[in-house]
Write a protein that binds this ligand. Structure first.
Ligand SMILES: *[C@@H]1O[C@H](CO)[C@@H](O)[C@H](O)[C@H]1NC(C)=O
Ligand SMILES: *[C@@H]1O[C@H](CO)[C@@H](O)[C@H](O)[C@H]1NC(C)=O
Ligand SMILES: *[C@@H]1O[C@H](CO)[C@@H](O)[C@H](O)[C@H]1NC(C)=O
Ligand SMILES: *[C@@H]1O[C@H](CO)[C@@H](O)[C@H](O)[C@H]1NC(C)=O
Ligand SMILES: *[C@@H]1O[C@H](CO)[C@@H](O)[C@H](O)[C@H]1NC(C)=O
Length: 763
């Protein structure tokens, strides 16, 4: 194990080491003061016909038309295909597409090309450069065995976006966020796999992540060890993800591996596309990914993960031995890389270019890659300059990017502190968990109903007769495309357990919303499963519709949202066939005149602060928007017109009991815009929801739903008032009633059987 080294050779070793160190230092000193770029780079083949601002870069080692055809048809994008080998010969010319064989790659005149051997995956660098030389401001990169399913629809191209930022430290596992908590991506440090689960997030408006990684489902990018341990030898690895889960942004300080198979780079991150050449093809993108993440913090940029949008067409059938060897660094060096990057500082007086070069050089010193990748970086940046690319300015992250501390502050504050619905909100997010891939897959799930969940239902109702049939599993329907938002006027959050058990029979996505996250944390301790929760400002329920605004801002990919109180019993078996693209609301809408007196409309809230006064302030404010913000003028005009037509009055507004509402996604942006303004003026729920709805669509388009609404002493008789053919009943205080024999019997013997069996039957 241990070899003596002769003194003379030791001296030689030390001597050479010193010499190298001195040389490196010289290079550094030379470079940090100069980093001079050569002025002229000869670049041939810069075709003006092929200028485009959106490029897809894809590699191939065996040209097959079907691998690229769909990419070339995405409107607005052009594709550059980079051959990795000489024998990848195109059989056909595709439109919107440039094919670069090895010879062409070498003729382009990019200095970078000199460093990349044939067959190296890093030849993709030439494709990135080609795109940038031809006007790229956005680059999407993928591989020839990845099939994009959504035409890049779910990525974000605007400069800012509303959504979730992870509020943890250290590592983030994107597969957990998208419903596979037992999987991890290739390049995830093995020591972090078992870390305590953190599902805290901040909901806010953020800069759009400069790098957006999509998730590949069925055969996701996991490391070979994981893959081989979760499938039969000859079977395909097959994992599903929660494709409705919202995107997530990582804050500075948090790392996650990301690959080059399904990744979007916005302009300010294009400098970071460079794939190193002195690591293996299975390591290069992961290494690049960690390198760029650290540098992103210097420009206040972020990495984000976006929902599943692609699948693998053929999984590489490689032997375990070969794959594992190929991924060696990924298993054994990732911890060191992360540790190093975390403590790495770019000297304060450096410009961003210098930071890139300094880090690339220190990666050499730490043996993470070889010297020639330092040279590669230099040539790469020179080529970028020749392409006209401008490096972003260095900018340190804003203080609010300390997400764990911000989360703590929001959670501990009295919810009144942040009245503005657009202020950051604390969210606990948990996706719809999917079956983990395993060697023995006996836990088959069908149609969203699992034995596991039925077990919870039966447990909640143990003692009652709940009949379970096989057909129930086959015919069962889940409303996978609706987000159910359950709002608490009072934070009786212990009820979450029963509500979750009851409604996850039909809903795979439920979001709880209340004004108190400490109560939530306390209640979570006894929950049988993790759930999603957002803390908001409610004022005893007056602006509880903030919950809808938050849910919309989170960015789930759904057809619509149901918002209802925690004391509503939703007859889930009756809503399967309601149209998902229309509002659903109760029929009786009262038309008010905003000058009405209380004597006229006799609605007690009208004379309170959140009634007439709040509405009239809001109304005046709405009319000032067009002059303050002309681009919103059409929005306000349409809203006024629609409301006028729905109330037959210039001064009209709508009022209704609003325990239940369904909002289709096509209205979500306008709904969000108006609800936030209504909330900031403190307009009461029963005015806000009906009036905003009435400003967006014709009353005749609203799907009327039937509710059993109980008042006064009738509330005690909910078991006799219950009507299985209506859509909901209000109120049923589940937590309180389930403790009584009558309520428990009602839920377990009447409601649950209807939920389990009722959907496919017509009532
Ligand atoms: C993977 O699993 C999904 C869902 O269970 C199934 O629909 C699909 O056919 C499977 N794919 C393969 C290749 O087995
Ligand atoms: C959290 O609150 C403390 C004390 O008020 C404050 O010093 C700190 O800056 C806050 N942190 C964030 C991220 O808002
Ligand atoms: C939440 O709302 C309830 C009822 O309005 C109120 O009593 C309580 O103080 C609020 N809690 C917080 C943390 O704001
Ligand atoms: C609303 O009420 C005001 C004051 O009573 C009245 O002048 C106005 O005509 C009413 N508008 C309509 C459309 O009824
Ligand atoms: C509630 O039910 C009881 C028993 O069926 C009946 O006697 C009573 O009149 C009912 N009360 C109301 C308000 O319907």
């Amino acid at each position: 194990m241990f070899r003596f080294i002769k003194a003379s050779s030791l001296r030689k070793v030390i001597g050479t080491g010193l010499l190298i160190l001195i040389l490196i230092n010289l290079v550094l000193i030379y470079n940090s003061s100069k980093y001079k770029l050569p002025e002229v780079i000869k670049v041939t083949q810069r075709s003006p016909l092929l200028q485009n601002d959106k490029w897809i870069v894809v590699t191939t080692s065996s040209f097959r038309e079907e691998d690229f055809a769909a990419l070339t048809r995405i409107p607005g994008w052009k594709v550059v295909i980079v051959a990795l080998r000489r024998d990848a010969i195109p059989t056909i010319r595709l439109n919107n597409c440039v094919y670069l064989d090895i010879a062409q790659q070498n003729q382009l005149g990019y200095k970078t090309a000199d460093f990349i051997p044939e067959g190296s995956y890093a030849r993709k660098n030439i494709g990135y450069l080609y795109a940038m030389f031809h006007g790229a401001r956005v680059i999407y990169e993928t591989d020839d065995n990845v099939r994009l399913l959504d035409g890049l629809r779910r990525f974000e191209f605007k400069t800012r976006m509303r959504g979730l930022m992870y509020a943890g430290e250290n590592m983030f596992n994107p597969f957990r966020h998208f419903g596979q908590p037992t999987l991890w991506p290739r390049g995830y440090p093995l020591s972090a796999i078992g870390e305590e689960i953190n599902n805290k997030y901040i909901l806010h408006e953020f800069k759009t992540p400069l790098i957006q990684q999509g998730i590949i489902s069925n055969d996701p990018d996991v490391d070979a060890m994981l893959k081989f341990s979760r499938k039969m030898t000859n079977a395909h690895f097959n994992a599903t993800f929660d494709n409705r889960a919202p995107p997530v942004i990582l804050p500075a300080g948090v790392f996650s591996p990301f690959n080059s198979k399904d990744t979007l780079f916005l302009y300010n991150a294009l400098w970071g596309l460079m794939l190193p050449t002195t690591v293996t093809n299975s390591e290069t993108d992961i290494w690049r990914g960690y390198w760029i993440q650290r540098l992103l913090w210097e420009i206040d940029g972020n990495l984000g993960f976006f929902p599943p949008n692609a699948i693998h067409t053929d999984s590489e059938h490689s032997t375990l031995e070969k794959t594992v060897v190929d991924e060696k660094r990924v298993y054994f060096q990732t911890e060191d890389v992360i540790k190093f990057l975390k403590q790495w500082q770019c000297p304060e007086d450096f410009i961003f270019y210098d930071c890139i070069m300094r880090l690339s050089s220190e990666m050499v010193n730490h043996d993470f890659w070889d010297y020639s990748d330092y040279d590669l970086a230099k040539s790469w940046l020179n080529d970028l300059k020749a392409a006209g690319f401008v490096l972003p300015q260095r900018r340190s992250p804003k203080p609010t990017s300390d997400m764990p501390s911000l989360f703590q502050n929001i959670s501990n504050s009295n919810s009144d502190v942040s009245k503005d619905p657009r202020d950051p909100k604390a969210v606990y997010f948990w996706p719809s968990e999917q079956n983990p891939p395993s060697i023995y897959s006996s836990a088959r799930e069908s149609n969203g109903m699992s034995w596991n969940h039925v077990n919870k239902v039966v447990k909640m109702c143990s003692g009652a007769q709940v009949s379970i049939s096989h057909s129930m599993f086959n015919e069962h329907k889940q409303y996978d495309d609706i987000l159910l938002i359950i709002v608490f006027n009072f934070p009786h959050l212990k009820n979450i357990d029963n509500l979750q058990t009851l409604y996850s029979i039909h809903f795979s996505h439920i979001l709880f919303c209340a004004n108190d996250s400490r109560q939530f944390v306390a209640a979570s301790k006894t929950l049988q499963q993790r759930v999603s929760f957002v803390k908001t400002y409610t004022v005893e329920g007056i602006v509880i519709y903030n919950c809808l605004s938050h849910a919309i801002s989170m960015n789930y990919d759904v057809s619509g949202y149901i918002i209802m109180g925690d004391d509503v019993l939703l007859n889930t078996w009756n809503i399967a066939d309601l149209p998902r693209d229309k509002f659903w609301f109760q029929k009786s809408l009262q038309v008010f005149n905003r000058s009405d007196s209380y004597e006229r409309n006799r609605w007690i809230w009208w004379k309170r602060k959140s009634g007439k006064r709040a509405y009239n302030n809001l109304f005046k404010f709405l009319q000032t928007i067009p002059s303050l913000n002309p681009e919103k003028a059409p929005l306000i005009r349409d809203f006024n017109e629609m409301l006028k037509s729905n109330t037959q009055s210039d001064d009209g507004l709508l009022r209704a009991v609003s325990d239940f509402l369904y909002v289709p996604t096509r209205f979500q942006d306008r709904m969000l815009y108006f609800l936030e303004i209504f909330s900031m003026h403190g307009v009461m729920l029963e005015l806000a929801l009906p009036t905003v709805m009435g400003g967006l669509d014709h009353r005749k388009n609203i799907v009327p739903i039937r509710g059993v609404v109980l008042w006064y002493e009738h509330r005690l008789n909910y078991t006799t008032m219950f009507n299985p053919s209506s859509h909901f009943m209000h109120p049923l205080k589940l937590g309180r009633e389930m403790k009584k024999k009558k309520g428990w019997h009602f839920v377990c013997s009447r409601v649950i059987p209807l939920m389990l069996h009722g959907v496919t039957k017509k009532n």
